[in-house]
Design a protein around this ligand. Sequence first.
Ligand SMILES: *Cc1c(COP(=O)(O)O)cnc(C)c1O
Length: 452
Amino acid sequence: MSLPPLASGPGGPDALRPLLDTVLDALAAGAARRGGPLPAGGPDGVAARVADALGDVLPDTGDPDALHTLVQALAEGAADPADPLCAAHLHCPPLAVATAADLAASALNPSLDSWDQSPAASALEAAVARTLARTAGLADALVTTGGTESNQLALLLAREAHGGTVQLVCGAGAHHSLARAAWLLGLPEPVVVPTPHGTLDPATLHEALTALPGPLLVAATAGTTDAGLIDPLPEIAGLCTAHGARLHIDAAYGGGLLFSDRHRDRLAGLEAAHTVTLDLHKLGWQPVAAGLLAVARPHELAALRQRADYLNADDDTEAGLPDLLGRSLRTTRRPDILKIAVTLKTLGRSGLGALVDQVCARAREFASLVQDHPGLELHARPVISTVLFRPADADDATVAVVRRRLLQEGRAVLGRARADGRLWLKATFLNPHARPDDLAHLLKLVEGSTPA
Ligand SMILES: *Cc1c(COP(=O)(O)O)cnc(C)c1O
């Protein structure tokens, strides 16, 4: 029997090289067959093609072409965030250099639950996470799978800092993962402050905090998922100090503005938070997953401390082996920091900042096109890179149909959001390669899909 080759070890690179050619060929072939941002035919068409490519999931005898067949099927049926007409979600096109680095992470397969599985990766993670935390004005950061896990850890740290419970207070536009984390952690039902103008109003928040018994945790948002709005962070930080409340800022989307000289000031106040959620698989152009939770007081991480003799025995720790188990709720953990480190060093702050500036500028240009178009209505000028718009004089059902029609035909991928009591189409610009022509094309497609 010939054994399948391994990805690491002395033979790893040579075993991978031809397989990578296969993967790259299949990616190209799949994308060509798709021919647009999304496969045409909707869920039934896609599921049929996947079933066809898959055939027998666990055949008695293996199929040497499986790599090509399945990668091609996945590419053919993908929503490709690198297509400028794919602009629904905070779903970024990953940078080629970050994706290449992620291959090395898979090949070497370090696991960050103990030093003896990840000697260099753990040193890299410590240095890069701390630098990113300091960029946000905080002291240290945990690496997470994204905003959801970061928000959950933020609530857990708040609960533990307050001796077992805390009342979450957040705006109506806060991410759903906060309320879910409160549920998971056995915290009281969150107090949701209405945000009729999209962001937390300091006067309304002051009233809410005055009326509530503590301990309190305010969660502000820097970049709401629906509209990309930023809560007034300095005022909220001041209120938290005055009321003795803890402050978490969910900057999963807006955190990327830190890289930009032009836009960084909008995050003033971030440094006043106890914890900050960052998500580099949004405005950071990383393959999923690339989340962080920055913390102002690293000693609070002691709440996550765990002892497992096979991973961090006391005498090993005393002898100087780093204790990594308490830096996550996960055990086996990928070195997501490698692609992040490679990206930061390859592009530099100015290179990343230029990408941020580019997508923000595209969003403003798109908003101007909408505003100048007699058949379309603009919700508001974009704050980051999200634009809400709708066909003028259409009802909500029509707006929903336009979006689904474009999805079904595989022509454009737009999101949806409710604001001011109405349904809007949402375009989230995260593709720095999008050109002005692409924006005009997107509007034409919307126009063409709107029933007269
Ligand atoms: C995307 C997002 C999240 C969730 O992040 P995931 O990486 O999807 O888990 C949380 N908060 C905000 C504001 C977000 O935009």
